[in-house]
Design a protein around this ligand. Structure first.
Ligand code: 2AM
Length: 188
């Protein structure tokens, strides 16, 4: 009789499923409307306009992580202690290499501190994060090959009181997995 179960050393190792994750400031309805209004000032710069529901500001990109690591990522994010801040988005810009047009602004110290803390917490889990300084931006269009002429938008004020862990699944809107409040007593 052939064995019903293969011997352990004949089992095929299945790769662990992964999830594509990033930390972001996720706009509430009012700020989202403000971003959409400013995006729409630019007309149609490319076919790759970011849909309204996906507009966000990335704080740290984690890439494809083993599904089993999500619990540790959430625990580490939940133990951060940062201050709330107010972002002012007051300019359009273009990243030539990425072909990305964005709405952005200066990074207040507390925004940099939040991004740095997330990076350090993820490094503690062995997750390497891009260590370039935070350039706060909301991507509006992709695949823009030439620098457009930009108008100056009215400043959009964004009180950032929480941050989110978000999942990117191809073909679907981004999914907010979890949101944490940042300390809101001191606002910078
Ligand atoms: P963006 O903010 O410039 O659009 C989800 O894909 C988010 O993670 C996007 O907002 C995107 O940047 C950012 N992202 C995607 N790939 C990245 C990478 N390789 N390095 C850094 N950020 C990345």
């Amino acid at each position: 009789m052939p064995a019903l179960n293969p011997e352990p050393d004949k089992l095929i190792a299945m790769p662990e499923p992964t999830r594509r994750l990033f930390f972001a400031l996720w706009p509430g309805a009012g700020v989202r409307r403000g971003i959409v209004e400013r995006r729409d000032m630019l007309g149609s710069l490319s076919r790759r306009r970011v849909p309204d529901a996906n507009l966000h500001l990335t704080l740290a990109f984690l890439g494809d992580r083993p599904a089993g690591q999500v619990v540790d990522i959430e625990e580490a994010a939940g133990s951060l202690n940062c201050r709330a801040f107010r972002l002012t988005l007051d300019r359009f810009g273009w990243f030539a290499r990425a072909g990305v047009v964005w709405l952005g602004g200066e990074a207040p110290d507390a925004a940099r501190a939040l991004a740095d803390s997330l990076r350090a917490a993820m490094q503690g889990l062995g997750i390497g994060i891009d260590d370039r300084p935070l350039v706060p931006h909301v991507t509006l269009f992709r695949k823009v090959r030439r620098r457009p002429d930009f108008p100056t938008p009215d400043p959009l004020h964004w009180p950032a009181e929480d941050f989110s862990l978000v999942e990117s699944i191809p073909g679907r809107p981004y999914q907010v997995l979890r949101t944490w409040a940042v300390e809101s007593r001191d606002r910078t």
